[in-house]
Design a protein around this ligand. Structure first.
Ligand code: C5P
Length: 402
């Protein structure tokens, strides 16, 4: 039994050279226990034979919206309903553009509009076409609508170019699908805004005040929430790690910029998770020129930064608000105090005095508190902590909605 066992996968193949790999992709999906039906576009047929795809899938290949015989056998609406998942591999730049605009000028694009199943794209195209601003803008729109992407991979391309644009290998696509199916789509249709990383507060044009936050915990939460089907909007301070694939990313520096970015996203937000280590203070004066060495002592004065979490929680239509508490002592007491004072629904606390967890570490051990309960999560990877934390958040969130 795998996560794809008995999953109905509708595989859409569009016209790119990587289409020649799709009979192998069908075999790999079937090897994981999936039922596969194939839809090809007109141009895909130039690269792969429908007869070969029929042979490996065990089902008739569909290619025409207006074919009376095919419609009588399994009509397009029926096919759209049959699918648990619609995978387009390879997905060309043209298909991405059509999906962005909701075109329905062939069977595959019609199915994309007619299905309620999650849509996953494995793009394949020349690296310049992938980098083109139109394609990147389409990618952002599709992601924001909840479409997931696998790849593209880096490497040598059929045209001789080298760069991102190769379709992920069939085996990797099948594995990645199985992995995402393992995570229940419990946040489907929800918008989750997450802050992560440190903030930098400028002292002068070359110096700043910051902290040791790596962004790892917030990024892990963003990654898992997106895989649970949420529309994740990540607001990140400056970090040195790879960004997760989420619907929207805002990169900011200061606490004020972070607050502005969060408030821009807050209107349609269902759950807000403040994971960032926001600097509590910033220098009172923003100096335009580098401060020169002169006296033995230098005195800087600071003013309080806005509290992003408390501002969100105090909002008239406040989302379900989750905070973090990084403490070095009296963890439970400080966390509960913060929960009440900032009017949060839930707070996740960790003891940052323990060297093997917390800041910069790949591991963590959170204790989660809410008004009438608490739960400690045993030490594990930040991505496992993220999964368990989100499960608690979802349970509490659903409780509040009922
Ligand atoms: O009060 P303290 O800084 O310990 O609270 C930590 C929690 O508050 C974290 O969730 C952090 O993201 C949030 N916070 C904030 N804005 C601040 C300070 C903290 O959102 N200015």
């Amino acid at each position: 039994m795998t996560a794809l066992t008995n999953t109905n996968i509708l595989l859409g193949i569009t016209g790119g050279i990587a289409a020649y790999k799709t009979p192998d992709l069908v075999r790999k999906l079937k090897a994981q226990g999936a039922n596969v039906r194939v839809v090809v576009t007109e141009s895909a047929k130039a690269f792969v034979s429908p007869l070969a795809l029929q042979g490996v899938s065990g089902n008739t290949v569909s290619d025409d919206l207006l074919d009376p015989a095919a419609e009588a056998a399994m009509g397009h609406i029926e096919l759209a309903r049959w699918a648990d998942l619609l995978l387009i591999a390879p997905a060309t730049a043209n298909t991405m553009a059509k999906l962005t605009h909701g075109l329905a000028d062939d069977l595959l694009t019609t199915l994309c509009l007619a299905t309620s199943a999650p849509i996953v794209l494995a793009p394949a195209m020349n690296q310049q076409m992938w980098a083109a601003s139109a394609t990147q803008a389409n990618l952002e729109v599709l992601r924001a609508r909840g479409v997931s992407f696998l790849g593209p991979d880096q490497g040598e391309q059929a045209c001789g170019d080298v760069g991102p644009g190769r379709m992920m290998e069939p085996e990797d696509i099948a594995m990645a699908l199985a992995e995402t199916r393992q995570i229940q789509q419990t946040l489907s249709g929800k918008t989750v805004v997450i802050t992560a990383g440190p903030t930098r507060e400028h002292i002068d044009p070359v110096r700043y005040m910051s902290n040791h936050s790596s962004g790892k915990m917030g990024f892990a939460i963003a990654d898992v929430a997106q895989k649970m089907g949420a529309n994740v909007k990540l607001v990140s301070g400056p970090v040195n790690i790879d960004f997760p694939e989420v619907s929207h990313i805002d990169k900011v520096n200061t606490a004020q910029e972070m607050l502005d970015a969060v408030m821009n996203q807050i209107d349609d937000c269902d759950i807000f998770i403040g994971c960032a280590a926001v600097a509590d203070y910033r220098p009172t004066e923003s100096v335009d020129h580098k401060i020169k060495k002169s006296n033995i002592e230098l005195t800087l004065t600071f003013v309080r930064n806005p509290d992003i979490l408390a501002t969100v929680a105090a909002n008239e239509n406040a989302p379900f608000t989750v905070g973090f508490a990084a403490e070095t002592q009296n963890v439970a007491q400080y966390a509960r105090d913060k929960l009440q004072r900032k009017k949060l629904q839930l707070i996740a606390a960790n003891d940052v005095s323990q060297k093997d967890i917390g800041f910069n570490s790949d591991q963590n051990a959170l204790t989660v508190y809410w008004a009438d309960g608490e739960q400690s999560l045993p030490k594990s990877s930040k991505s496992e902590q993220a999964k368990q934390l989100l499960e608690i958040i979802i349970e509490r969130y659903n409780n509040e909605q009922n």
